[in-house]
Design a protein around this ligand. Structure first.
Ligand SMILES: C[S@@+](CC[C@H](N)C(=O)[O-])C[C@H]1O[C@@H](n2cnc3c(N)ncnc32)[C@H](O)[C@@H]1O
Length: 315
């Protein structure tokens, strides 16, 4: 076990040096590719439609990463506005524009949703990956892909931060739920983000403030070690001190919190869970090798390596 920890801790130590951080060029995840953005948005939209009909009007995304492409896909589906919240601004106008133009083609062609063969790690998995033409009818697409609307979105992408923008707005960093009005959002989603969030309690409070009553949340969470050990759940073997070293000077890494913490935070903040799709992966590390904090977690927490959660704000 100790041998497995040496390399990640060494990398963490190097990352404590500020000049190293500035030399690194980050890529956060998949939103650097338009097909990924298309696939992820249409998965969330399909899950939304398992409990509501149609396209949500006002959507918010936590942690968009390398581009705002998932939100652009939401706008191209007919959502009225998109709000993005991150702690670091990874995207730039050029990449956003490129992804936007590629997404337009995917929507115009009604391309199938890229599935597990293309994105084997992306959750949630769907029963079918055909283009959802019952949700995105000809009528909806005619309006959402009209030249005037595309041009309006394009203009806002070219001028991020313009206070007159209404379709696309971002908040980076966001450190207070008051950055947007309460009850102003119909749908909140995130993809591979909640496992990174340091202040998970505060973030669930924000979700609850932003969403109107009856609003829907859709989150895909990856509980695996994110390359901090060889075993998928080895990150929970590090002591608190060792974990600080692994984290290095990074603003965030992973919070190591297990699935049940999310279940509890849903309930605590007035959300009713409508759908849970955990992915169960065997644990092959003896319990006594885990750090004290994680040694006694439930068998469900111990073996949940990914989870998709769909919920409604009840109160
Ligand atoms: C693994 S990336 C995923 C990016 C993108 N959602 C995707 O699917 O490729 C994690 C993202 O979460 C963001 N993040 C981490 N902590 C956050 C927080 N407290 N609030 C908002 N975003 C956060 C990171 O900056 C990064 O953009």
């Amino acid at each position: 076990m100790w041998k497995e920890k040496v390399m990640p801790m060494t990398i963490g130590l190097v990352l404590h040096m500020p000049f190293v951080k500035t030399l690194l060029s980050y890529r956060t995840g998949g939103t650097i590719e338009s097909k990924y953005c298309y696939s992820v948005w249409l998965r969330h939209l399909k899950m939304f439609n398992s409990v509501r009909n149609g396209v949500p009007k006002r959507v918010a995304e936590l942690g968009p990463g390398d581009s705002l492409g998932i939100g652009f896909a939401a706008l191209l589906s007919g959502c009225e506005s998109f709000r993005a919240f991150d702690v670091i601004k990874y995207w730039n106008v050029e990449r956003n524009l490129k992804i936007f133009e590629e997404l337009i083609i995917l929507f115009k062609n009604k391309a199938s949703i890229p599935d597990n063969t293309e994105y084997p790690k992306v959750q949630p998995q769907l029963d079918t990956y055909e283009f959802p033409d019952k949700i995105l009818s000809e009528e909806i697409l005619k309006e959402s892909l009209s030249e005037s609307r595309l041009e309006a979105i394009r203009e806002e992408i070219k001028n991020p931060g313009n206070p007159r923008n209404t379709l696309v707005k971002f908040y980076v960093p966001w450190d207070d739920y008051k950055v947007i009005s309460p009850n102003s959002v119909d749908f909140v989603y995130s993809q591979a983000v909640l496992e990174h969030v340091e202040d998970l309690d505060g973030t669930y409070v924000a979700f609850s403030r932003w969403l109107k009553k009856g609003g829907i949340m859709s989150h895909s969470i990856d509980f695996k070690c994110h390359r901090t050990t060889k075993r998928w759940n080895g990150h929970r073997t590090y002591s608190e001190f060792e974990w600080k070293i692994v984290k290095g000077g990074r603003m965030f890494l992973i919070n190591r919190l297990p699935y049940s913490v999310h279940q509890k935070l849903h309930t605590k903040n007035g959300f009713k869970i409508l759908k849970e799709l955990p992915v169960i992966t065997a644990n092959d590390i003896p319990r006594n090798k885990f750090s004290k904090r994680f040694r006694n977690i439930s068998e469900e927490d111990m073996t949940t390596s990914d989870a998709y959660m769909l919920s409604v704000k009840e109160s």
